[in-house]
Design a protein around this ligand. Structure first.
Ligand code: AP5
Length: 192
């Protein structure tokens, strides 16, 4: 199964991707995690990305595509993947199609988790206290939400127009949201 997870910051993409990875037995590719690893390692790429990420802007398409190409060149992605955090604008959506076409692949579904902004702000304020992620400050969260509306929401519209989008309510207990996703992508399977 090849899945693309879409949704605003804090909508639960990473949380559900961890569960989906176990369930589908395919790798979870989070572009945010890949970037945070570069920042933590202090690599040249990480140094370039650090400030951009902290203010909640998008890192350049070129850097992202390079990272993604490297990740997709690895053997473990052949059987499938859960892509979390990419594409984030229409240019990235086109780049993903091209990258997959080059590998003779297509994704099976784009799942958009929908959560209202009030709940997102509450979730990310909770995470800011618990984990202190650099981009979970109130200003950065506000900015990330506006970047999502301006740049990433059009990707969901694009996939909708092409009949590739499945919208899932992301509000509720983790198990409930997970069951909704499975139902959406795999209606014949019981969630165990
Ligand atoms: P990224 O890491 O992708 O961050 P994001 O999209 O802002 O997403 P989050 O990790 O904040 O939220 P999530 O939807 O994964 O929710 P989560 O499960 O964590 O990107 C970070 C930055 O990297 C970007 O701003 C950009 O700078 C850069 N970047 C990444 N990809 C890029 C790209 N393609 N192009 C350019 N730049 C890129 O949950 C959030 C919180 O809510 C957690 O505390 C969780 O425990 C809680 N929670 C989850 N589900 C529930 C629930 N059902 N009920 C209650 N709480 C819940």
């Amino acid at each position: 199964m090849r899945l693309v997870l879409l949704g605003a910051p804090g909508s639960g993409k990473g949380t559900q991707a961890v569960r989906l990875k176990e369930y589908l037995q395919v790798p979870h590719i989070s572009t945010g995690d890949l970037l945070r690893a570069e920042v933590a390692a202090g690599s040249p790429l990480g140094l370039q990305a650090k400030e951009v990420m902290a203010r909640g802007d998008l890192v350049s398409d070129e850097i992202l595509l390079g990272m993604l190409k490297e990740r997709f060149s690895r053997e473990d992605t052949r059987a499938g993947f859960i892509l979390d955090g990419y594409p984030r604008n229409l240019a990235q959506a086109a780049a993903l199609d091209q990258l997959l076409a080059g590998l003779g692949q297509k994704f099976d579904a784009a799942v958009q988790l929908v959560v209202d902004n009030e709940q997102i702000i509450e979730r990310l304020a909770g995470r800011a206290k618990a984990e202190g992620r650099a981009d979970d400050t109130p200003e950065s969260v506000r900015h990330r939400l506006s970047v999502y509306d301006e740049k990433t929401a059009p990707v969901a519209d694009f996939y909708r127009q092409h009949g590739q989008l499945t919208v899932v309510n992301g509000v509720g207990a983790l198990d409930e949201v997970f069951a909704r996703i499975i139902e959406a992508i795999h209606p014949d399977h019981e969630v165990g």
